[in-house]
Structure formats: structure tokens, C-alpha cells
Design a protein around this ligand. Structure first.
Ligand code: ADP
Ligand code: MG
Length: 651
């Protein structure tokens, strides 16, 4: 162990953040206090947790508190905690040295808008640096509970910091901020008190504000803050918010607690607070965020889900994901149980009866909350656009909740003018036509592609609404959903579609007798097209779907749709064989033409119809150039014929 003071350079990205703190956060300076108090509170939580298995860590000092001390003379504000502290290694790892994963993302997400950017600070785990918003020098001294060696870290935020081993009696961390001249407002105790009340009232440890009284002019030598000229008062309630009765809690208190537990900077969209006292005793305070955190969609990152677990008011675990199903992983908040052992481990929680009960209650409550919010369309849209695709997973993940989750789903639809997902299955059912037996949907990469699909032609003609599914997981979801409220869901491109049973079908057509006639009339063409396409299609048949396009591809009811195939193929997954059926539009002139042309030309048209149908499904052609050449050949042929006709007609 060397006591040598060493000086090191900040990594470039850290320097960049520091500069930013100093120069562009002046409109929201007070956040520094919230961040440092939040860190202090986390540190005490950690101590209390680690002490569960090693009581020695308390070092005989169980006084858990946070102090904010202001010294006008020295122009400093000091934030002190009796938490876990940091070892030398931890200081280098955590404090302004190594660019942590959040650092780069923070920089990438900056908008230049001060208000928005200041909100990013806490979210990206760069809260400590906010000390430099108001300070031109920061001195941090810390001793990890149970260790002898203490560390002093100092920096002016200009690119360098120093580290040195020192002695420190008290366990925990002390941060001295040497305030910039223009930040002297924070030397006013009243100002600090207001900020603490505003942002940190929910902190469950007492926060004391200590003010050096200025009227003392005796020359008493300073003795470890024990001098008489101090005014000390507690400024927060220091009771865990969720233990209080909901009718005693203001919305603002709930909101600021949300920001603390979720490390979030948005407002919660909604929350539920339940104190359950039955066979088991537990409290749920669960929040629905407005917006997903920046790293929400990233694979295996720490904040991918979960709530904070407390056992009898003692913090035990962050990101406890076992209290809610995966499809509700956007929920944040606290679970506090009286029935779990304090020394519970993540492994122990995985297969635990108490956890299972709490989880089932929490799931029920959250689904009920969503149902409640769905009555407010605008609010629900906010939720849906943030977390809709995640909620959808519930259809697959929890079959027993299928109907409930399905009722919460929203889809884009051909009945709406825009691509927004606003239509519920209930609303769709209410608008179904007389005689309509299924809820129809189309899947495509985009809304525009979907509504232009040839498969929709007959639906448009018949005025039948079709749900438009464009999210990557949609097909997977509907394949598990299968039906809603006893009405089957059916893709527009599956099976031998027949909408004739609908009440609005033309009177003069007799559906029963028509089919055989059509079949007879087209028998030769169908056979010729099939034999020229060979194994590329399963079957060729005349379509009842198409009114404009010459052709489309359809699959069997149980088969995987084209979009799902594409997604899986691109992801390098194996896709089950699913040769499509080609349907031809008997009313299209180019199809009618097939009846009267030579076999070799028919082969070309057949291939063109197949390629076109694939293209309109959004598929990639194996040889686009061949398609283009064929198209041009056939058009050339038509053009020549036209000239020929005109010449014979003597034009
Ligand atoms: P975050 O709190 O999001 O992790 P911060 O920049 O606020 O990011 O803090 C960085 C890390 O420094 C914390 O995760 C913690 O490990 C450590 N730290 C900060 N303040 C304290 C403190 N008062 N006591 C112990 N550790 C601390
Ligand atoms: Mg922090």
C-alpha cells in the first residue's frame, strides 16, 4: 500500500461530460443535490444489505443518515453519508475515471436542449459528475465499511484527478463541493432545504441540514465539526414512502419517488399502491413509465426489467425481475415483503411460493391498471407507443391471461386513415359485417405496403375492415392468439378465401353454382400455368380475392406467413417448407389473355405473375434482373401486337 499521491488523466469522454456539466447545465443546477443524495441513499441501502450477512460492517455504528453541511465562510457544501463507502479500486472504477457504459450513450443522446439534456444525467448513470455543475473543485473522501484504508479523490474537473490514501475515522463517503462564485445561492440553507424537500423528501434515511452559524466570532479551533455554532435539523420525513397510507401521500411525492426508484426523468404515466394484508403481507408500489429508458431495448443490460425488492423495509435487490412476467418488464417500483427471509438470494427467489403469490397479485393489478387507463384514449396511446410491442409478448408468454392481454392490444387498421395503432379487437368486432366470420389481418413490413397488398382488394370491394400488422412479432403473436372472444383471427392471405357469405354480396351471382363453372372454364389455363411453374407453387387456382391485380400468393391456414418467413430467414433461422399457392384473377385482361396464347409465351407470363405476387408480398426475388428482362420482353410483345393491329386496321 502506498500513500503516494498520484495524478491521473480523465478519459476523453469523461472530460467531455465534465465540460458539459460546467458549461451547459446552468439552467438546472440544483440537480446536483438530488444526484449526490440519491447516491448516498444507495450507499446506505448497500451497507444495510451487506450487513445482513456480515454485521461487523456496521463497525458498531448503526446510525444511518445523510448530512448536508453548508459552510458560508469556506463557500463549501458537503454531502456526507454513513453508507458502504468505496475502496480505492471502487473509486477508480466508479468515480470519473473509467468511461462507464452509460457515458458514451449519454453523449450520443445529447440534444443541445439544456432542459432535456439535464434530464439525461441521472438516467445514464453519470450522476456523480453533476457535482461539477456548481463546483470548481470536488474533494471526495471515502472509506469502505470494514476496511482500514481510506481514499481521497480530488479534481477541478479540468481533465485530471488525484488519488491518495488517507486516514478516515468514519465509514462512508464525504463529498466537499467548492462552489463556484456564481453558485453562491447554494450557500443559503433555505435554498438547499427547498431543493431537498422537492427532490429528496422520499429518501427513507434522515437527511440533516447542518449550518455553521455565522454569529460566532470566538476563535475556537475546529474540532471535527463538534463545535457549538451549528444549527442541525432534519429536513425530510425519512419514512419509506410505500409504508405510508396512500391517502396521506401527495401526487408530487409519488412522482418524485418514481424518479428515484426508476432513475427516470419522465413523469410516471400512472401508478398503483397496494398494501396487502392477508395470509401474506406485502406492499406493491408499481409505476407505469411514460417513456422507455434509453437502454430499454438493448439485449441483456442491467435495467432490462424488474422492481426493487425490500424485505421488511430493508433494501435487498435491484432489478428483481421475478415479481412480474417478462411482458410487463416496463413496470418500475417497489415490492416490500414481510414473508421473505432477509438473507434471500436471487436463486432462492426463482422458485419461491411467496414470490409466486406476489407475482400473481402484481400481474393482476397491473393488467387491471392498464384496463383502467385504456378508457382514456390519449393516455393509452402514450402507453401503447412506448410499450405496446412488449405487452404483446404476453399473448405467447402467459396463455392463461390471453383474453385479458388481447383486450389491451391495439392495431392499425384499414378502417383508420393513418398507420397509428388505435383499434382494439373489441372495436373491430363491433364493426364486423353481418355474416363475417373472422377477424381479418394483413402483415407487412410497413403500413403503406400492407394497404397496397393485392390480398386486400376483395376486402376493400366488400368494405370489410382488415387489421394491419407491422411489428416484427405480430405474426408470432396472432399465431398464438388464434381467436378473440370466440371469433377466429384469419390472415387475408391464407386458405381459399370466400367472402360470398357476407350480406352485401351481389344478388345476381349464385355462389354455389359459380365455382364449378369457373373451374371448368379455366381448367386448361390452370393446368398449363401449374406445369410451367412446377414445384415453385403448390397449386394454381382462380382467385376470389383479387379485383385489380392479376395474381397473388396464398398459404394454408396453418402455415407460416411470408413476413415471418422473411424475418426468420434474414436472422439465419431455419424456416419450414411452405410452397405457396398461386391465385390468378379471372377478370384481369392479362390473365384472360392466357387462354389464347402459345405455350412458350404462357410460361413467361406464368413466371411473371409468380414474381409479381412475391414482390408485392415484400419478398426478394432471386434474380431481379431476369424479372425485369421478362417484363420488358412481354411488354414489348404487347406493344408490337398493338402496332400490328393498328396496321391491319389501316390506321
Ligand atoms: P449511478 O448512481 O447511476 O451508478 P453515479 O455517477 O451517480 O451513477 O455514481 C457512480 C457510482 O459511484 C455509483 O454506482 C457508486 O458505485 C459510486 N458512488 C457514488 N456515490 C457514492 C457514495 N456516496 N457512496 C458509495 N459509492 C458511491
Ligand atoms: Mg447516482
Amino acid at each position: 500500500m502506498s500513500n503516494d499521491k498520484e495524478t491521473r488523466q480523465f478519459e476523453a469522454e469523461v472530460s467531455q461530460i465534465l465540460k458539459l456539466m460546467v458549461h451547459s447545465m446552468y439552467s438546472n443546477q440544483e440537480v446536483f443535490l438530488r444526484e449526490l443524495i440519491s447516491n448516498a441513499s444507495d450507499a446506505i441501502d448497500k451497507l444495510r444489505f451487506e450487513a445482513l450477512s456480515d454485521e461487523e460492517l456496521f463497525e458498531g455504528q448503526t446510525d444511518l443518515k445523510i448530512e448536508v453541511e453548508v459552510d458560508k465562510e469556506a463557500a463549501t457544501v458537503t454531502i456526507r453519508d454513513t453508507g458502504i463507502g468505496m475502496s480505492r479500486q471502487e473509486v477508480t472504477d466508479n468515480i470519473g475515471t473509467i468511461a462507464r457504459s452509460g457515458t458514451r450513450q449519454f453523449l450520443e443522446n445529447l440534444t443541445g436542449d439544456q432542459k432535456k439534456d439535464s434530464r439525461l444525467i441521472g438516467q445514464f448513470g453519470v450522476g456523480f459528475y453533476s457535482a461539477f455543475i456548481v463546483s470548481d473543485k470536488v474533494v471526495l473522501t471515502t472509506r469502505r465499511a470494514g476496511e482500514k484504508e481510506a481514499v481521497r479523490w480530488e479534481s477541478d474537473g479540468e481533465g485530471e484527478y488525484s488519488l491518495e490514501v488517507i486516514e478516515k475515522e468514519a465509514r462512508g463517503t464525504e463529498i466537499v463541493l467548492y462552489l463556484r462564485e456564481e453558485c453562491s445561492e447554494f450557500l443559503e440553507a433555505m435554498r438547499l432545504e427547498r431543493v431537498i424537500r422537492r427532490y429528496s423528501d422520499h429518501i427513507s434515511f434522515p437527511i440533516f441540514l447542518i449550518e455553521e452559524s455565522t454569529e460566532t466570532d470566538e476563535e475556537t479551533p475546529e474540532e471535527d465539526g463538534e463545535e457549538s455554532g451549528q444549527d442541525i435539523r432534519q429536513v425530510n420525513q425519512a419514512s419509506a414512502l410505500w409504508t405510508r397510507k396512500s391517502w396521506d401521500i401527495e401526487d408530487e411525492e409519488y412522482q418524485s419517488f418514481y424518479k428515484h426508484v426508476a432513475r427516470a426523468f419522465d413523469e410516471p404515466l400512472h401508478w398503483i399502491h397496494n398494501q396487502v394484508e392477508g395470509r401474506l403481507k406485502f406492499t406493491l408500489l408499481l409505476y407505469l413509465p411514460t417513456a422507455p429508458p434509453f437502454d430499454f431495448q438493448m439485449p441483456d443490460q442491467e435495467r432490462a426489467g424488474g422492481v426493487k425488492l425490500y424485505v421488511k423495509r430493508v433494501f435487498v435487490l435491484d432489478d428483481a425481475e421475478m415479481f412480474l412476467p417478462r411482458y410487463l418488464r416496463f413496470i418500475r417500483g417497489v415490492v416490500d415483503s414481510d414473508d421473505l427471509p432477509l438473507n434471500v438470494s436471487r436463486e432462492l427467489l426463482q422458485d419461491n411460493r411467496v414470490v409466486a403469490t406476489i407475482r400473481s397479485t402484481a400481474t393482476k393489478k397491473v393488467l387491471k391498471m392498464l384496463q383502467e387507463i385504456s378508457k382514456d384514449e390519449e393516455k393509452y396511446q402514450t402507453f401503447w407507443s412506448s410499450f405496446g410491442p412488449i405487452l404483446k409478448e404476453g399473448i405467447v408468454e402467459e396463455p392463461s391471461k390471453k383474453e385479458e392481454v388481447a383486450a389491451l392490444l391495439r392495431f392499425a387498421s384499414t378502417a383508420e386513415a393513418e398507420a397509428k395503432q388505435t383499434v382494439s379487437l373489441d372495436a373491430y368486432k363491433e364493426r364486423m359485417k353481418e355474416g363475417q366470420e373472422a377477424i381479418y389481418y394483413v402483415t407487412a413490413d410497413t403500413y403503406a405496403a400492407a394497404v397496397a397488398s393485392p390480398h386486400l382488394e376483395i376486402f376493400k370491394a366488400q368494405g370489410v375492415e382488415v387489421l394491419v400488422l407491422t411489428d416484427a412479432i405480430d405474426e408470432w403473436v396472432v399465431s398464438h392468439l388464434r381467436e378473440f372472444d370466440e371469433t377466429p383471427l384469419r390472415s387475408v392471405d391464407r386458405g381459399a378465401l370466400d367472402l360470398d357469405s357476407l350480406g352485401n354480396c351481389d344478388e345476381e351471382q349464385e355462389p354455389e353454382s359459380e365455382s364449378p363453372k369457373v373451374d371448368e372454364e379455366w381448367k386448361e389455363v390452370v393446368e398449363a400455368v401449374k406445369s410451367s411453374l412446377g414445384d415453385a407453387v403448390k397449386e394454381v387456382r382462380m382467385s376470389k380475392r383479387l379485383t385489380d391485380s392479376p395474381s397473388c400468393l396464398v398459404r394454408e391456414e396453418w402455415e407460416m406467413g411470408s413476413r415471418m418467413r422473411r424475418i426468420l430467414t434474414r436472422a439465419g433461422e431455419e424456416v419450414p417448407d411452405g410452397t405457396p399457392t398461386l391465385e390468378l384473377n379471372p377478370t384481369h385482361p392479362l390473365v384472360v389473355r392466357l387462354k389464347s396464347i402459345e405455350a412458350d409465351e404462357l410460361t413467361e407470363w406464368a413466371q411473371l405473375f409468380l414474381d409479381q405476387a412475391s414482390l408485392s408480398e415484400g419478398a426478394d426475388l432471386e434474380a431481379p434482373a431476369v424479372f425485369v428482362r421478362r417484363l420488358n420482353d412481354l411488354m414489348g410483345r404487347l406493344a408490337l401486337e398493338k402496332v400490328g393491329e393498328e396496321e391491319t386496321a389501316g390506321i
